[in-house]
Design a protein around this ligand. Structure first.
Ligand SMILES: [Mg+2]
Length: 257
């Protein structure tokens, strides 16, 4: 391909900058180059198991110099979504470590709710929890999924993300969730608006061929797929999605700029 002329970047975190507590080799230097060349960027993550503050604390502990304002997560947009719809009664089915990012919502533990917000609950995705959510949906609540990713890469291998459980709820209800994070076009639009750039001038860098690459292409961005994190050749083939370019790691982004 011709040398791209990206003016800004959106960069996924998990699987691109680190796997578990281990940074991807050269990730820090790659971000340093972006700053040195004044390439504006936002880190856009579908991680919903912890708050933005904790995400940033972990990056800083790995030697990555990132500020909270540089990170966009689905939680803030979920709060906006519920406010836009005037929801006063919302049930939060999210990890305790995420709750501080949803503090703007009135979490209701019993009775009727207008929306159910679901994030990655890990081992807390029990039958009982799922059935509680199902009953709230059946009573009329909107299913708001912070994200719908299939899997993510943990240090010990691939693990189920929130998506399979969201899909189980969709199947039971016969209707689809409102997805807040990637690949929702609104999520990409929010990141572009923060940077003040156009989709056509921007590339998304990620390890998830559907949420990162497919979402970015649908939103009009270029999409760079890295062969780190959850990347698997067969998943890319099965998706039918064609990234703008595939690189080994985020380090290989630098010569493209
Ligand atoms: Mg990722």
């Amino acid at each position: 391909m011709a040398r791209p002329s990206w003016q800004a970047l959106l960069i996924d975190i998990d699987g691109v900058l680190h796997v578990g507590s281990e940074p991807i080799e050269g990730a820090r230097q790659a971000l340093d180059v972006l700053r040195a060349r004044s390439v504006p960027f936002r880190l856009v993550t579908n991680t919903t198991s912890r708050s933005r503050r904790l995400v940033v604390e972990r990056l800083v502990a790995m030697g990555l110099d990132i500020a909270e304002a540089e990170v966009l997560t689905p939680a803030a947009l979920a709060v906006r979504h519920c406010r836009d719809r005037g929801y006063a009664r919302v049930a939060l089915h999210v990890a305790p470590a995420l709750r501080e990012d949803l503090a703007g919502l009135n979490d209701v533990r019993s009775g009727d709710v207008e929306a159910v917000i679901v994030g990655d609950l890990g081992e807390e995705f029990t039958y009982e929890r799922l059935n509680t959510i199902f009953r709230q949906l059946h009573d009329g609540a909107e299913l708001v999924a912070l994200q719908r990713n299939r899997v993510w890469q943990r240090e010990d291998g691939l693990v189920l993300d929130a998506g399979p459980f969201v899909v189980a709820l969709e199947y039971a209800m016969g209707r689809e969730a409102t997805v807040i994070g990637k690949p929702s076009p609104a999520f990409f639009d929010a990141a572009l608006a923060e940077l003040g750039v156009e989709a056509a001038d921007t590339a998304m860098v990620g390890d998830d061929v559907e949420a990162d690459v497919g979402g970015a292409l649908d939103a009009g961005l270029d999409a760079v797929l890295v062969r780190t994190g959850k990347f698997r050749d067969e998943a890319v083939r099965a998706s039918g999605i064609r990234p703008t370019i595939v690189i080994d790691t985020i380090v290989d982004l630098v010569p493209l700029l």
